[in-house]
Design a binder for this molecule. Structure first.
Ligand code: SF4
Length: 353
C-alpha cells in the first residue's frame, strides 16, 4: 500500500495555525504539528514545573493532530539579541524568528519523514513578517523555497511542491489577505474549529513594558535564558552604577519560583519577623555588597507586613553558605526616591505575564 504523505504544521495554538493544519488534514494529508517554544512566550517558565503545554495539547487534540514540542530558547535568544532584519514595533525580530523556526522545522521534517511544511501566515496580515517580500526572504534564508505551504493565502502565492506534486489540490486552498479576521472566523465555523488561543497574546517581545525591560537588560551585557525568565516575574530594581538587579516577589508563587531559580552567586533575602516577599540580588557574593544589601533589605521591608515599623530585621543568605545573616533597616517609605539616582524601579509586568 502506498504510504500516505505526511506534513509538518507550524503550530502556535492561534486560530490561523489551527486552520492551516486543518485545511491540509481535510485534503487527505497526515498532519502533525510542532510548537517551537522560546523564552519569550508567556507560558515558557511553566514548562519546568508542568512539563507540558496542556492547553495547546488540547487544541491540537480537538483538531485531530499530534503535537510535538521543541525547545529553541537558546538559539532564539541569540537572534533576538542581534537580528539580521531588525525589530518590529518593540523588540520583536519577527523575520529572523520565522527564519529560525523554519530552519528548525526543515531539520525536524527531514529527520522524521515529513514531505512538506504547513504554515498559517496570511499575506499582509502582519506588517513586518507577512509581506510578500518578507515571506520570500524567510523562505530563502531558511533554505525552504517551495517547501512551505501556506493554505490560508496559497492562491495568492506561487505554487509550492505540495501543489505541484498533487499532494494537495490548490483549488481547495484559500486566498485570504489583509488584517480582517472575518474569513478565518467563517472558515473556523465550517471546519468546526472551536478551540484556539487569543490572537497575538503570546510573545512578550511585542509587549512594550517587557520590551523596555529586556532592552535595559541587554544594555548590561550578554543575556541568558534564566535572565529572561526572571524578567517575567517580580518587581525589578536596578542599583547603579553597576546595574545590579534586585527582584522582589509579588506573591507566594513568585517567591517560591525566585527561591528555586536563585543560583549560588545570588543573594536571597526575606523578613526575619514579618511575612513578606522573597527578594534576590542577582550575581553577587555576600562579601562585598555593603550599601546594596541595605537598599535591598529596605525594599524587601517596604513590601512586607512590617512596612509601618521603624526598624525591622531582614535575613539574607546564599545557596553556597546557607548560613543566614541579619540586618536591621527602616523600610523604604512609599514614594521615596533616591536623590542620587542610584536606584530605579522598572514597571512590573501584569501578574498574568
Ligand atoms: S511575535 Fe514573537 S514569536 Fe511571533 S514571530 Fe515575532 S518574535 Fe517570533
Amino acid at each position: 500500500m502506498k504510504n500516505k504523505i505526511k506534513a509538518l504544521a507550524l503550530f502556535s495554538g492561534g486560530l490561523d495555525s489551527v486552520l492551516a493544519a486543518r485545511i491540509v488534514v481535510e485534503l487527505g494529508v497526515d498532519v502533525e504539528a510542532v510548537y517551537f517554544v522560546n523564552a519569550f512566550l508567556q507560558g515558557y517558565r511553566d514548562r519546568a514545573t508542568m512539563g507540558s503545554y496542556p492547553v495547546l495539547a488540547e487544541i491540537a487534540r480537538e483538531a485531530g493532530i499530534r503535537l510535538h514540542v521543541v525547545d529553541i530558547a537558546r538559539a532564539h535568544l541569540q537572534i533576538v539579541q542581534s537580528p539580521k532584519y531588525g525589530y518590529g514595533e518593540h523588540m520583536n525580530p519577527c523575520i529572523d524568528c520565522r527564519i529560525i523556526m523554519l530552519k528548525q522545522a526543515k531539520e525536524f521534517m527531514q529527520k522524521n519523514g515529513f514531505s512538506f511544511i504547513v504554515s498559517g501566515e496570511v499575506l499582509g496580515q502582519r506588517p513586518m513578517s507577512q509581506r510578500r517580500e518578507a515571506l520570500n526572504i524567510i523562505d530563502r534564508d531558511a533554505d525552504c523555497k517551495g517547501l512551505i505551504l501556506r493554505p490560508l493565502c496559497a492562491k495568492l502565492l506561487k505554487p509550492t511542491s505540495a501543489e505541484e506534486k498533487g499532494w494537495v489540490d490548490r483549488e481547495k486552498l484559500c486566498s485570504f489577505s489583509g488584517r480582517s479576521r472575518k474569513p478565518q472566523l467563517v472558515l473556523a465555523q465550517e471546519l468546526g474549529v472551536k478551540k484556539h488561543l487569543a490572537p497575538a497574546g503570546g510573545c512578550l517581545l511585542t509587549d512594550p513594558a517587557f520590551a523596555r525591560k529586556f532592552r535595559n537588560l541587554c544594555g548590561l551585557g550578554k543575556v541568558d535564558v534564566r535572565q529572561v525568565q526572571l524578567l517575567k516575574i517580580g518587581r525589578h530594581f536596578y542599583f547603579s552604577p553597576a546595574g545590579i538587579r534586585i527582584i522582589v516577589g509579588r506573591d507566594e508563587q513568585e517567591n517560591s519560583y525566585l527561591e528555586k531559580a536563585a543560583s549560588a552567586q545570588d543573594t536571597l533575602m526575606k523578613m526575619g519577623d514579618f511575612s513578606g516577599p522573597l527578594t534576590i540580588i542577582l550575581g553577587n557574593g555576600l562579601g562585598e555588597m555593603g550599601k546594596l544589601l541595605e537598599v535591598a533589605a529596605r525594599i524587601t521591608a517596604r513590601y512586607s507586613k512590617g512596612k509601618e515599623e521603624k526598624l525591622v530585621r531582614v535575613e539574607y543568605w546564599n545557596k553556597r553558605e546557607e548560613k543566614r545573616h541579619s540586618l536591621f533597616v527602616q523600610p523604604t517609605l512609599p514614594g521615596e526616591s533616591r536623590a542620587d539616582g542610584s536606584l530605579r524601579l522598572e514597571d512590573s509586568l501584569a501578574k498574568s505575564a
